[in-house]
Design a protein around this ligand. Structure first.
Ligand SMILES: *Cc1c(COP(=O)(O)O)cnc(C)c1O
Length: 367
């Protein structure tokens, strides 16, 4: 029997990984310390070292990483935040939850990432920050965004939920702006066995704010300096993440090899591939996305051959029902809707065998 090819396949993670996860969970159980203990601080140290950034603070999830980070840089109700409508809805929610106003820029149709000229055209005196989403695992052209934000006197924020391990010109995603927000949702390139997230930053002051904000705003026991949240990474997830962190580079290298084969071997006239990244390390292929104007037919064709595919994202944020009752601003969105009508994500997870990758390529080329 031919096994189905899934978008993510945790059952295919190596036995060694499972054994190490079980071992670390046992250690946490025995430690008797389940919140903000040694595992969290060890993970924060190891994660910031891996990214070659000075600080990382574990939080409850990726959305909180964004929300707490935005709060820490001073975003308040009524402030405008420029971002892309082609992202996980969590990006937008983190803005709206602070009472801030999302301002939607267009995307670059060749990458799906926020278009810098569109972002530039939306800057007003109310704009406090740009949230650049490193969508699909690809680092945006950050030197340009750094310059834009510096010239405009606004903050630069990075949503790194999909880009764990990616770097551009020697700087990890999250190292270009005021802070980077990471998610360790299980399907992400570095995934926990539950929820988790982190804020990374070069600013010690910002990091100290996050350390308080994640823990009810406490500066010391029972003294609440800020109106914080309950958003702590727990010891068990931190211990799992320490195990998985050791495999991040290898897994990202496998994802890149799969992408290389897709770029080299997919030749269907019905499919358009996105543009290749600036450098190999600038993309970690959280998702491998292609464009097709025959999306339904192609995904059905793949499904019949046991190959799963998904759409990231079928409904851009400004079209979401929940946003219709919220105030937002949008530029001229020339490309977003067509892109979300045509994009299709195909399997690229590191558990895929060479044969399975061949099956995906053949199926697309046979379509
Ligand atoms: C997953 C994701 C988030 C949210 O992360 P959670 O850990 O699920 O809260 C935010 N932004 C992007 C781009 C994501 O992919």
């Amino acid at each position: 029997m031919v096994l189905p090819i899934k978008m993510v396949d945790f059952q295919r993670s190596p036995y060694r990984t499972t054994r190490n996860l079980v071992r670390s969970s046992r250690l946490v159980l025995r430690s008797g310390n389940y919140i903000l203990g040694n595992e969290v601080s060890a993970f924060e140290r190891e994660f910031s070292k891996e990214l070659a950034l000075p600080f990382a603070v574990g939080v409850g999830n990726g959305m909180d990483a964004l929300e707490l980070g935005l709060k820490a840089i001073g975003v308040r109700a009524g402030d405008e935040i420029i971002t892309s409508p082609l992202t996980a809805f969590a990006t937008i929610l983190s803005i709206v939850k602070l009472g801030a106003v999302p301002v939607f820029a267009d995307i670059d149709p060749g990458t799906g990432l926020i278009d810098i000229e569109s972002a530039r055209s939306l800057i007003s005196s109310k704009v406090k920050a740009i949230v650049v989403v490193h969508l699909y695992g690809r680092v945006a052209n950050m030197p340009q965004f750094v310059q834009l934000c510096r010239d405009a006197g606004i903050e630069l924020v990075e949503d790194c939920a999909q880009s764990t391990g990616a770097e551009l010109e020697g700087t990890s995603a999250g190292g270009f702006g005021a802070f980077g927000a990471y998610s360790f949702y299980p399907t992400k390139n570095l995934g926990a066995i539950g929820d988790g997230g982190a804020v990374v930053s070069k600013s010690e002051r910002l990091v100290e704010s996050i350390q308080k904000l994640r823990n009810y705003g406490q500066s010391s026991r029972y003294v609440h300096e800020l109106l914080g949240s309950n958003s702590r990474l727990d010891e068990l997830q931190a211990s799992f993440l320490r195990v998985k962190l050791r495999e991040l580079r290898r897994n990202n290298a496998i994802r890149r090899n799969i992408a290389k084969r897709y770029f080299g071997e997919i030749n269907s006239p019905h499919v358009q591939l996105l543009s290749a990244p600036q450098s190999e390390k600038a993309h970690v292929y959280h998702l491998f996305v292609l464009l097709t104007d025959k999306r339904e037919a192609l995904s059905g064709f793949l499904r019949d051959r046991g190959i799963e595919s998904l759409i990231h994202y079928p409904v851009p944020a400004h079209k979401q029902p929940a946003l219709q009752s919220v105030f937002f601003r949008a530029g001229k969105l020339r490309y977003v809707e067509r892109f979300s009508d045509q994009c299709l994500s195909i399997p690229a997870h590191p558990g895929l065998s060479k044969k399975q990758v061949t099956r995906v390529i053949s199926a697309i080329n046979d379509f």
